[in-house]
Ligand binder design. Structure first.
Ligand SMILES: Nc1ncnc2c1ncn2[C@@H]1O[C@H](COP(=O)(O)OP(=O)(O)OP(=O)(O)O)[C@@H](O)[C@H]1O
Length: 210
C-alpha cells in the first residue's frame, strides 16, 4: 500500500496541492484526475521520487520514502518503480529486444532466461516474435505495448502511468488498461494520471487532485 500524509507541493508562492492524505491499495487501479495544471504529473513525480514535496510524508508498504538518501532513492526506483509515459519513452533507434534488455539487465537477467522473459512479456502484449523490429517503425499503440512489456519484465510493485493512453485510439487504450489491470492483479499498486473519462471509469479508485 502506498500512502501519503499531509503531502503539500508549492512552487514559490503557488501551492499546487496541500495536505493530501492518499491511499493507493495493492491490486487496484487508482486514477488521478483533475484539470490541466492541477498537478497530477507533479504528484506522480513526487510518488516516484523524482521531485521532493514541500511537506508531508510518503510511505510504501510501511517504508517511509520521503527523506531517503540518494542511494536508497536509486535502489527504490530500480527495484520497485515502473513508469509509463504518454510518449512511450523508448529508445526509438533500437529494436524491441534491445529496449527490453535494458530492464532485464537492471534486474540481473541475461542470456537465455532474459530472452525467455522478453518473449513471454511480448506475447502478453500481443507482440510475439517481433523482438527484432525497430521501435521507430512501430505504431503508437505498438510502442506503448512495448513500454508495457518493458514494465512487465521489470515487475515493479509500484506503477506510475502519466497519461499513458493520451496518444492512443480506443482499441489501444483498452489494451493498455487491460495490461495495467493484469499488473495490478499480480500485486502492483497502479496509479494512472488521466484526462480520459473512459480510463477513469475502468479504475477502482479515483483521486481528484483538482
Ligand atoms: N519545476 C517547476 N517549477 C515551477 N512550476 C512548475 C514546475 N513543474 C511544474 N510546474 C507547474 O505546476 C503546475 C502543475 O503541473 P503538472 O504538469 O503537474 O499538471 P498536470 O495536472 O499534470 O497538467 P496536465 O493535465 O496539463 O498534464 C503547472 O502550472 C506547471 O507549470
Amino acid at each position: 500500500m502506498l500512502t501519503t500524509r499531509a503531502l503539500t507541493m508549492a512552487y514559490g508562492p503557488r501551492t499546487l496541492w496541500r495536505d493530501l492524505d492518499l491511499t493507493v491499495e495493492r491490486g487496484r487501479l487508482t486514477a488521478l484526475t483533475g484539470p490541466s495544471g492541477s498537478g497530477k504529473s507533479t504528484l506522480l513525480n513526487c510518488l516516484g521520487l523524482l521531485e521532493t514535496p514541500t511537506a508531508g510524508r510518503i510511505t510504501f508498504h510501511g517504508t517511509t520514502l520521503t527523506g531517503l538518501r540518494p542511494g536508497a532513492v536509486r535502489r527504490f526506483r530500480r527495484d520497485h518503480l515502473g513508469y509509463l509515459f504518454q510518449n512511450y519513452a523508448l529508445v526509438e533507434n533500437a529494436t524491441i529486444a534491445q529496449n527490453l534488455d535494458v530492464a532485464l539487465r537492471a534486474r540481473g537477467h541475461r542470456g537465455r532466461p532474459a530472452r525467455a522473459a522478453a518473449a513471454h512479456a511480448l506475447t502478453r502484449v500481443g507482440l510475439a516474435d517481433r523482438e527484432q523490429d525497430r521501435v521507430s517503425k512501430l505504431s503508437g499503440g505498438e510502442q506503448q505495448r512495448v513500454a508495457v512489456a518493458r514494465l512487465m519484465v521489470k515487475q515493479p510493485s509500484l506503477v506510475l502511468a502519466d497519461e499513458p493512453t493520451g496518444a492512443l485510439d480506443h482499441a489501444n487504450t483498452a489494451t493498455v488498461v487491460t495490461l495495467l489491470r493484469a499488473m495490478a492483479d499480480e500485486g502492483a499498486c497502479v496509479v494512472i494520471a488521466t484526462h480520459d473519462t473512459w480510463v477513469r471509469d475502468q479504475c477502482d479508485d479515483v483521486i481528484d487532485v483538482g
